[in-house]
Ligand binder design. Structure first.
Ligand code: P6P
Length: 340
């Protein structure tokens, strides 16, 4: 019987090693780090998949039937990513949305780590109880402080164009890891049967033009005039430019960004009354998605400056975010310029 032409499975680890071989100078540090991110993502995924069973597993802050302290899922995710990243031995410090200060490692293995790691361990976690997809967002830089010494906050206040790698894990109907090391964007889908992330979206490119705009229009009255005018532009009838566009807003950055990355579209979180500087964080939300967007052919700005050139001044700094298909980002920038 003729063997079926099975497709070739490329696991995340095989892909990482194959890519490393393209860089003879690479010493495997980043490869090891990316592998550990994948491990942490599988641990978090397993927990999130059971989140709906809270009655059995217990509410955060309680002790469950196994006698374990039940933690909020974002604390659980934070703890496990910190542990996995430290175990890689490649990172000397972490900046996390869950920690006001940086977490520095001074164990022998990590103190000499060449990298620092930024993350939102579980973005959109408030959506979990209604079973909406959530995600982990991460960004990696080379340290700038002297190796062997304790890392400094300045290690994290680099512009986004200094990122060595960035990515996200989306815990959705399937769990995916999407990342870039500056050579394009690749997506991996977790195969629960073998417990491996397998290459499912090689060489992701985002369409130059899209027909989806994503923004929380509940904040409309507080939007800058340029944003209001752009929304009106999206809603006008013009068959030649495929308008009106479709409004799609999940309220989970990773989910909205991932859909627009694959289908084309723009995600906007501008200044609002409750978030006068924008809501999303520069270092571990906006810069990573901006790096991925640009590597896939898209664009990202804070409204006036290319996102990857915004100079950070605080670990948890918030900025307005316009990210997605290049022509759509250019169009909203034109409206912002016309209506300053
Ligand atoms: P709003 C989730 O809380 C989050 O940080 C992002 O994932 C999401 O894009 C945004 O906030 C949604 O904010 O104000 O529209 O609910």
């Amino acid at each position: 019987m003729k063997a079926s032409a099975g497709y070739q499975i490329v696991t995340l680890n095989e892909f990482i090693i194959n890519r490393q071989e393209e860089h003879p100078e690479a010493r495997g540090d980043l490869s090891r780090l990316l592998h550990h991110i994948g491990v942490a993502a599988k641990i978090v995924n397993k927990k999130i998949n059971k989140a709906g069973l809270v009655d059995i597993l217990g509410e955060a802050g309680e002790v469950n039937v196994q006698g374990e302290d039940v933690k909020k899922l974002d604390v659980f995710a934070n703890d496990h990513f910190i542990a996995a990243i430290q175990a890689s031995g490649e990172v000397c410090a972490i900046a996390s949305e869950e920690n006001q200060e940086i977490v520095t490692f001074d164990d022998g293995l990590s103190r000499d780590g060449h990298y620092v790691f930024c993350m939102d361990p579980l973005d959109g976690s408030s959506n979990i109880e209604v079973n909406v997809s959530v995600g982990t967002i991460f960004s990696i830089y080379r340290r700038t402080s002297p190796e062997g010494e304790r890392a400094q906050v300045s290690d994290f206040l680099q512009t986004g164009d200094h990122q060595v790698a960035a990515g996200y894990v989306i815990y959705g109907s399937s769990t995916m890891m999407v990342y870039t090391t500056g050579n394009g964007v690749d997506g991996f889908t977790l195969d629960p049967g073998i417990g491996e992330f397998c290459l499912s979206h090689p060489g992701i490119r985002t369409p130059d033009e899209g027909r989806i705009y994503s923004i929380n229009e509940g904040n409309y009255v507080h939007f800058p005039m340029g944003v209001k005018q752009y929304i009106k532009y999206c809603q006008e009838i013009d068959p030649d430019t495929h308008r009106p566009y479709t409004s799609r807003y999940i309220g989970s950055l990773v989910s909205d960004f991932h859909r627009n990355l694959l289908m084309g579209g723009i995600f906007i979180y501008p200044q609002t009354q409750s978030a006068p500087k924008g809501k999303l964080r520069l270092i571990y939300e906006c810069n990573p998605v901006a790096f991925i967007a640009e590597q896939a052919g898209g664009a990202a700005t804070n409204g006036s400056t290319r996102m990857l050139e915004v100079i950070p001044d605080d670990l948890h700094q918030r900025v307005p975010l316009y990210v997605g298909s290049r022509k759509m980002v250019d169009k909203v920038k034109a409206f912002l310029h016309q209506y300053p």
